[in-house]
Design a protein around this ligand. Structure first.
Ligand code: SF4
Ligand code: SF4
Length: 109
C-alpha cells in the first residue's frame, strides 16, 4: 500500500463487508435524513450528555455502518432527547427522530 503520509482515522472507515443493508434500509425508511449525515460531529460537540457519558450521535452513526449495533445503542443510551444537537446540525437533520429510529431499528428487542 502506498504511504501518502495521511489517511482516514479508523473510526471513520466503513466496513462494507460488515454493513447490514437490510437494517439500514429500515432506518432510512423511518428517517430518510439518516442518508445525509456527513459525520461532521457538530451534534457530539454540543451534547451535554456527551460531557459526562459516552453519548455521541456521530459515533452511533458510524457504528451502524460497521455492524456494531450494541456500541451504537450504548452511544445513545444516556441521550436526554433535549434537541440541542438538532439546532447545530448543518444538514438540518431531525436528530431526535434519528436517535429514536436508530434505537428502534438496532435494538434486539
Ligand atoms: S451534526 Fe448532523 S451531519 Fe453532523 S454528524 Fe451530527 S447528525 Fe451528522
Ligand atoms: S438530543 Fe441527545 S444526543 Fe442530542 S444533544 Fe441532546 S442529549 Fe445529546
Amino acid at each position: 500500500m502506498v504511504d501518502f503520509g495521511f489517511g482516514l482515522v479508523p473510526s471513520s472507515r466503513i466496513n462494507l463487508d460488515l454493513f447490514d443493508r437490510e437494517k439500514y434500509e429500515k432506518l432510512v425508511a423511518m428517517e430518510p435524513d439518516a442518508k445525509i449525515c456527513m459525520a461532521c460531529g457538530s451534534c457530539t460537540a454540543v451534547c451535554t450528555a456527551g460531557q459526562f457519558t459516552p453519548t455521541s450521535l456521530r459515533e452511533a452513526i458510524e457504528d451502524v455502518f460497521n455492524a456494531k449495533d450494541d456500541k451504537a445503542l450504548e452511544a445513545l443510551k444516556a441521550c436526554q432527547l433535549c434537541g440541542k444537537c438538532s439546532m447545530v446540525c448543518p444538514r438540518g437533520i431531525n436528530t431526535r427522530h434519528l436517535i429514536l429510529s436508530i434505537t428502534k431499528v438496532y435494538s434486539k428487542k
